[in-house]
Design a protein around this ligand. Sequence first.
Ligand SMILES: Cc1cc2nc3c(=O)[nH]c(=O)nc-3n(C[C@H](O)[C@H](O)[C@H](O)COP(=O)(O)OP(=O)(O)OC[C@H]3O[C@@H](n4cnc5c(N)ncnc54)[C@H](O)[C@@H]3O)c2cc1C
Length: 457
Amino acid sequence: MGELIEHLREGLPAEAILTDPDVTRSYANDMASFCTAGAPAVVTLPRTVEQVQHVMRTATALRVPVVPQGARTGLSGAANAADGCIVLSLVKMDRILEIDPVDRVAVVEPGVVNAVLSRAVAEQGLYYPPDPSSWEQCTIGGNIGTASGGLCCVKYGVTAEYVLGLDVVLADGRLLKTGRRTAKGVAGYDLTRLFTGSEGSLGIVVRAVLALRPAPPQQLALAAEFPSVAAAGEAVRQIMARGHAPSLLELMDRTTVRAVNAMARMGLPESTEALLLAAFDTPDPAADLAAVAELCTAAGADQVVPAEDAAESDLLLQARRLSLTALEALRPATMIDDVCVPRSRLADMLEGTAEIARKYGLTIGVCAHAGDGNTHPVVCFDPADADEARRARESFDAIMALGLELGGTITGEHGVGVLKKEWLARELGPVGLEIQRGIKRAFDPLNILNPGKVLDA
Ligand SMILES: Cc1cc2nc3c(=O)[nH]c(=O)nc-3n(C[C@H](O)[C@H](O)[C@H](O)COP(=O)(O)OP(=O)(O)OC[C@H]3O[C@@H](n4cnc5c(N)ncnc54)[C@H](O)[C@@H]3O)c2cc1C
């Protein structure tokens, strides 16, 4: 321990090295429940690329594991500390280095908060679409680490589609530059895409070139109330089958609606089984909404309520963004699933999840990026009740099994972390797993980068 701190001090200022156990302990976890976390030996808060390189050279020399962290809003334990590790928090590297309206790129450090970047580019008439509900806290480095999605992905795609190039500090401290800032480019293997979603297990992102779009018109939304989740799923199917391009298509089930009302008095309709939110940022959003309202009614909606104006539309979005936090408040503990199915199977996924809740006798609230087929069933339970905790874990697994059975994936956007490691093997199969282990070894032969996450080396 003494030797480690001595080494770190050679390349980092005193204020960038935290060793007080009360402080370092507070960096042990991200926001996932029931994921193992160790006690860090030290927390480092570098401000420069050179300082990050120094941390990695030290870690390699002394064979110490390194856990990269952004804002620790992750939901899979991917940023959880390992015993005796160096926590490498990137939050102090938070500068927007450049916003270029001609090349339509932003160049940023990893600790920039998503919403800060979004507002900065909006001031120049530009748009950075990926918008996780945690956007006021989460960082671009964490978004790249998890390839995160968000509310507007149904139209604009996820983080991976906006990462053009990266500067990455490798396990041994070398600096690798991947990708480009040009509109096109196919030189060599696509390492940018490989790092995006690698959950800090292949290298440390210290700079990113992100694609921007022209700002779209202000979106307008509607809320449709359905008597069943299956009917809402059918409406999603019809909306997409008819070629509509909503900028948002989100779902909250009855449990979620009630939880959000309880937390924020939003006045959402509590008698509905499923509330579908749709929005358009097209030149004539009212006309698009009218067409979607008709499809919702045909699919069985009891009521369709268009927002009066942009402010009311924003309120609906806010309600949706609150969903996970509100569901977390229902019981002492929650496990948040993240199963994504082909959107044609969304109704089956929603019905199957309701069936699982009944079978295990648990409250499972569902909010979903419905247009992506990405559901977040939140299993609510009391860990002090051993039987309930067992049922919670079993239902959580049953939801992933259902997702795979429907042709989906165990994680649409939250990542594997420690939470879903066992399930990754099932999804990848033996050949996929072997190839992925080979990639990990190529980048991190000593297995010091976020060990024990994603897959075992
Ligand atoms: C209320 C709430 C709502 C959420 N909504 C969404 C949502 O809509 N969509 C969604 O996708 N997610 C959502 N999330 C999950 C989470 O916010 C995202 O996964 C987010 O991208 C994590 O960012 P972070 O800065 O907190 O990263 P962290 O949690 O700190 O880290 C995430 C991963 O990235 C790695 N990492 C962090 N920085 C770097 C770096 N510079 N280099 C290499 N690796 C790095 C970490 O090691 C870890 O593996 C939500 C979470 C909460 C609590």
